[in-house]
Ligand binder design. Structure first.
Ligand code: NAD
Ligand code: DAU
Length: 361
């Protein structure tokens, strides 16, 4: 049986990954380790909480003692590190926690894995550590050169405190591979969308605000471009890289789906309005607001390496993925309200006898 230790598995991509693993493989154990910050929600995983192949442990990746005890007890074959502070706007407000969690937490996890996995001969057996990183580590592309893309060889040139922390973590992961021979892999993916994304990010925020007839805040001129990737396609890519990727390598994962923010927002308005039969949900809700500081203009991923080496390609077109996403959010209005209202803290306390970290802060 293969044991995966997934950190940050109660967040958006992490919970989709846990659900994907349990659907895709019979012979697995999936241990989800999450600190349950504001972004972590065990409700995402209520459909599997009684699955004997699944376990949840609340811990902080920065806590060396706790992480060592978990690795010692669970003896995972693979560690996949999703745990992070992930929102660029928050990193502009409060960079420190991004350095602490994204850099310090990653280094701590590497140390703990190394101590548990390294054999006296310096080998690591079949163990593998995968760092989930981001295309934002490469910096920005311009709108004037639409044929330029980020490749794995593109130099890291982050702009926001968030992307600087992710790039720093990547450098540590690479260094542990080079220096200690650790079996590491890095994936850098583009913007994910799909179920369970916290409504602070563009797509779920716009869906939520449209439903409530609230203003849809578009930063700057709305022409910044992102490459949108359906979260389930990303989960498949991570699992493939973990199992079959070449150790020490970086793999880009992209959606082949670049769109300007304003087009995304208009698509959401049209689809939500049609589905609810509500003409008051219209472009009049769009409100152009002050631009994000240091706002990266365009992300565009060259994902040919994972395609040619591992045969991965995104399977979900944007047209299908955005409809599935909107339908999920419309059907899960209670989830949206609970994660945004703070009521979910009470849910944790009642269900699990402890509170999320954000409630204790
Ligand atoms: P998220 O914010 O939805 O979830 C992060 C999870 O990490 C939460 O469950 C949170 O409780 C947990 N966490 C935070 N600090 C922790 C700590 N110290 N110890 C343990 N757990 C902690 O994030 P996401 O959007 O799911 O992103 C997951 C990963 O993927 C991140 O590393 C992010 O940088 C990367 N990424 C995300 C995207 C995207 O579009 N969302 C794109 C590229 C890369
Ligand atoms: O590219 C991968 C990255 O994608 C991940 O590493 C990050 O974790 C993830 O948050 C995401 O970063 P972005 O900054 O691209 O995503 P966000 O959803 O915050 O914003 C997407 C675009 O929409 C960006 O150009 C800013 C703009 N935006 C965002 C919000 C929240 C708006 O115009 N209005 C908004 O209210």
């Amino acid at each position: 049986m293969t044991c995966y230790l997934v950190t940050g598995g109660a967040g958006f991509i992490g919970s989709n990954f846990v659900l994907y693993l349990l659907r895709a493989h019979d012979d697995v154990r999936v241990v989800n380790v999450d600190a349950l910050t504001y972004a972590g929600n065990l409700e995402n995983l209520c459909s599997v909480e009684d699955d004997p192949r699944y376990a949840f442990l609340q811990a902080d990746i920065r806590d060396a003692e706790a992480m060592a005890a978990i690795i010692e007890a669970e003896r995972p074959d693979y560690v996949v590190n999703f745990a992070a502070e992930s929102h660029v706007d928050r990193s502009i407000e409060d960079p420190g926690i991004f350095e602490s969690t994204n850099v310090g937490g990653t280094v701590n996890l590497l140390n703990v894995c190394r101590a548990a996995w390294e054999a006296p001969d310096g080998g690591y057996g079949e163990h593998r550590y995968l760092q989930v990183s981001t295309d934002e580590a490469y910096g920005t592309l311009s709108l004037e050169e639409p044929d330029a893309f980020f490749a794995e060889t593109t130099p890291l040139a982050p702009h926001s405190p968030y992307s600087a922390s992710k790039a720093s973590a990547d450098l540590f992961v690479g260094a542990y591979g080079d220096t200690f021979g650790m079996p590491v892999l890095i994936t850098r993916c583009s913007n994910n969308y799909g179920p369970y994304q916290f409504p602070e990010k563009l797509i779920p925020l716009m869906i939520r605000n449209a439903v409530h007839h609230e203003a849809l805040p578009v930063y700057g001129d709305g022409l910044n471009v992102r490459d949108w990737l359906f979260v389930e396609d990303h989960c498949k890519a991570i699992d493939l890289v973990l199992r079959k990727g070449r150790l020490g390598e970086v793999y880009n994962v992209g959606g082949h789906n670049e769109r300007a923010n304003i087009d995304i927002v208009k698509t959401i308005i049209r689809l939500v309005s049609e589905r609810l039969g509500d003409p008051e949900i219209n472009d009049g809700l769009i409100t152009f607001v002050e631009d994000r500081k240091g706002h990266d203009r365009r992300y565009g991923i060259d994902a040919s390496k994972i395609g040619s080496e591992l045969g991965w390609r995104p399977e979900t077109t944007f047209e299908v993925g955005i409809e599935r996403t909107i339908d999920w959010y419309l059907a899960h209005a209670e989830w949206v309200e609970s994660v945004t209202s703070g009521a979910y803290q009470a849910y944790y306390e009642q269900m699990y006898g402890h509170r999320g970290a954000a409630a204790d802060a």
